[in-house]
Design a protein around this ligand. Structure first.
Ligand code: SF4
Ligand code: SF4
Length: 292
């Protein structure tokens, strides 16, 4: 069985300015960028030095990684390593896309986020079309903000029907949605209710820490993005001795990137090999109702 690694380096900047995001228009200094590039190169070297361990890797940056050349180069390199069964990246797709042609596109997948107030639909869809022409697997996601409903409907209309468009529930404001809005968003993304709810997780079995881990730029290993207790160090410790089942120590798991790993939930079966890039095995379809 492959080990799933979420990698999050020290990068914390983005070329977009989404109003709800702490990384909006922030800029790392040249020194911070150099450190991030060194850290990523060390991680790639570790993967290269471990050819017998099958891996699935998801780059989950704070900010936009593919705007940086060292992430594009790392993705290209990782995609060609036989032990890397999947290399996936969360991205706003603001970068050029031609470089993706040099990747092993059988192993590569993209978790795209669409931000209607930051990029035109024409530009974003044009890049999606280029990905399709290169036969690159991708899902597209949006945050289900009320002011974006019309843009979400337009995007769903124009994306190829086989591309899964997911909607992340806006949870910063409790009870944000009216029932009609939930019904409308569930038409767009039939899996929206999975994301709308929070999952009680305290004491529950979760595959993070045994089948999936988070690695940061310093090589610190923790089980998931939400429980940062250090389990060990990637570059110093024996990984096998660290990987073991552990119950969750948080009351709730409310984010897709976490709850999909909970043992009692059906998401490993539902997503299969597309778990990291959020592409379900069976396309759930969609329905575009009049705006609520
Ligand atoms: S694209 Fe993502 S990282 Fe960048 S500002 Fe928007 S939400 Fe934040
Ligand atoms: S249930 Fe969520 S918070 Fe708990 S260990 Fe798993 S991913 Fe982390």
């Amino acid at each position: 069985m492959s080990l799933k690694i979420h990698y999050r380096g020290h990068l914390s900047d983005c070329n977009y300015s989404c109003p709800y995001c702490p990384f909006a228009l922030s800029r790392n200094t040249p020194e911070e960028q150099a450190r991030d590039a060194r850290d990523l190169a060390r991680f790639v070297a570790w993967v290269q030095a471990n050819p017998t361990r099958p891996l699935e890797i998801l780059i989950t940056p704070y900010g936009e990684a593919l705007a940086r050349s060292w992430y594009r180069e790392a993705v290209r390199e990782l995609s060609h390593l036989p032990q890397v069964e999947r290399i996936a990246v969360q991205t706003n797709l603001s970068c050029p896309v031609q470089w993706l042609e040099d990747c092993n596109r059988q192993r590569l997948a993209l978790w795209l986020s669409y931000h209607p107030d930051q990029v035109t639909a024409t530009k974003f869809l044009g890049k999606c079309q280029a990905l399709g022409a290169m036969e690159i697997r991708y899902s597209v996601g949006v945050v289900g903000l009320r002011e974006h409903f019309a843009a979400i409907a337009a995007l769903r209309t124009q994306l190829p029907p086989e591309v899964y468009l997911w909607v992340n529930a806006y949870k910063d404001q409790p009870h944000y949605y009216r029932p009609a809005e939930i019904a409308w968003l569930t038409g767009i993304d039939p899996l929206f209710p999975d994301n709308l709810r929070d999952y009680p997780s305290l004491g529950q079995p979760c595959r993070t820490g045994s089948e999936a881990i988070l690695v940061d730029g310093d090589g610190r290993i923790s089980r998931c993005h939400f429980i940062k207790d250090e389990l060990g160090r990637l570059f110093e410790d024996d990984l096998d001795s660290l990987l073991q089942p552990r119950p969750c120590t948080r009351a709730l798991c409310d984010c897709h990137i976490g709850y999909v790993h909970m043992n009692q939930l059906p998401f490993y079966e539902r997503y299969g090999p597309g778990l990291l890039e959020r592409i379900p095995l069976r396309n759930p379809g969609f329905r575009i109702d009049p705006l609520p």
